[in-house]
Design a protein around this ligand. Structure first.
Ligand code: G
Ligand code: G
Ligand code: NA
Ligand code: MN
Length: 253
């Protein structure tokens, strides 16, 4: 319960931080976006991974205020970068299934867009398949986002044990293929073929495809061959603090 008690004050004590991982278009080679990832920098416990505290935030209901903070902070930052003359990138924000289904989710999005003057087409929401289990509810929410021109990416695609039927019924823009599908493509022909088939299926459904966890040049070349649209991963950059991200953008060729 230490974690739970401490997490209650993490926002007000300014202990939450965002890092950003760049996304690059394989075809143009340009930086097209960045994913915001939360970090908790606790004064005595050190940096705590979201893998440890997001589940606690979900069971305690703290995910709503934490999620709102992440959304507002990342949109605000993205606007600041553009005002300072950096590339016009899209900001991607992870939204927990609970947050997505909460009644104030859409009003909060509206409020943040209003406050930050962010063009909604520069905001992307990353959802896992667990957010889509109630397909009727998901459809209603996704249509609202679509109407606002906010794009939606399915994170960790392929690991959610859910049926694929939602791909033809829900308005989704991008499949973000889980890194476990990329890991072995250099050495395992079955892994290569599986990934190739996922990319091909996505394209035949008019979905954009991003591969996460790309760690090597060869993986990038293989993904290019498959026609994958974008990559994210250590090969390009690990998640970066704001100043590091701006340096990365400035020196990226
Ligand atoms: O950045 P890292 O690999 O440590 O992230 C671990 C996990 O935490 C990932 O699954 C990521 O999607 C999730 N995560 C990171 N930031 C956020 C956030 O702001 N909100 C939610 N809901 N999940 C996040
Ligand atoms: O589930 P989600 O896609 O949000 O997870 C993102 C997390 O994956 C980030 O927290 C980041 O630390 C981690 N990550 C990003 N790029 C790579 C990579 O190239 N290899 C590995 N192993 N992990 C990565
Ligand atoms: Na993510
Ligand atoms: Mn993922």
């Amino acid at each position: 319960h230490v974690l739970e008690n401490e997490l209650k004050f993490a926002i007000s004590r300014n202990e939450l931080q965002l890092v950003y991982q760049p996304k690059v278009s394989i075809t143009t080679g340009e930086i097209v976006g960045a994913e915001a990832l939360v970090r908790w920098e606790h004064p005595t416990m050190g940096t705590i991974s979201p893998i440890k505290f997001i589940p606690t935030a979900e069971t305690t209901g703290l995910i709503y205020s934490l999620g709102s903070w992440v959304l507002e902070e990342s949109c605000k930052k993205r606007q600041e970068w553009v005002e300072r003359g950096f590339v016009d990138l899209k900001i991607s924000v992870n939204i927990s299934a609970l947050q997505f289904k909460e009644e104030y989710f859409i009003p909060i999005i509206d409020q943040v867009l209003n406050e930050t003057r962010l063009d909604p087409s520069n905001l992307e929401i990353e959802l896992t398949e667990s957010a889509l289990h109630d397909e009727q509810q998901a459809k209603k929410l996704l249509k609202i986002l679509e109407g606002k021109k906010i794009t939606v990416s399915i994170d960790d695609f392929g690991t959610g044990y859910s049926s694929l039927s939602y791909l033809q019924s829900l308005p989704i823009d991008t499949l973000k293929i889980d890194r476990s599908f990329i890991k072995d493509i250099e050495t395992n022909d079955k892994s290569y073929k599986l990934l190739e088939s996922i990319v091909s299926m996505a394209h035949s459904l008019n979905l954009n495809v991003i591969a996460e966890g790309v760690e090597t040049k060869l993986q990038l070349l293989m993904l290019k061959e498959m026609g994958c649209n974008e990559i994210q991963g250590y090969f390009l950059s690990k998640p970066l603090y704001e100043a590091e991200l701006l340096h990365f953008i400035k020196t990226y060729k």
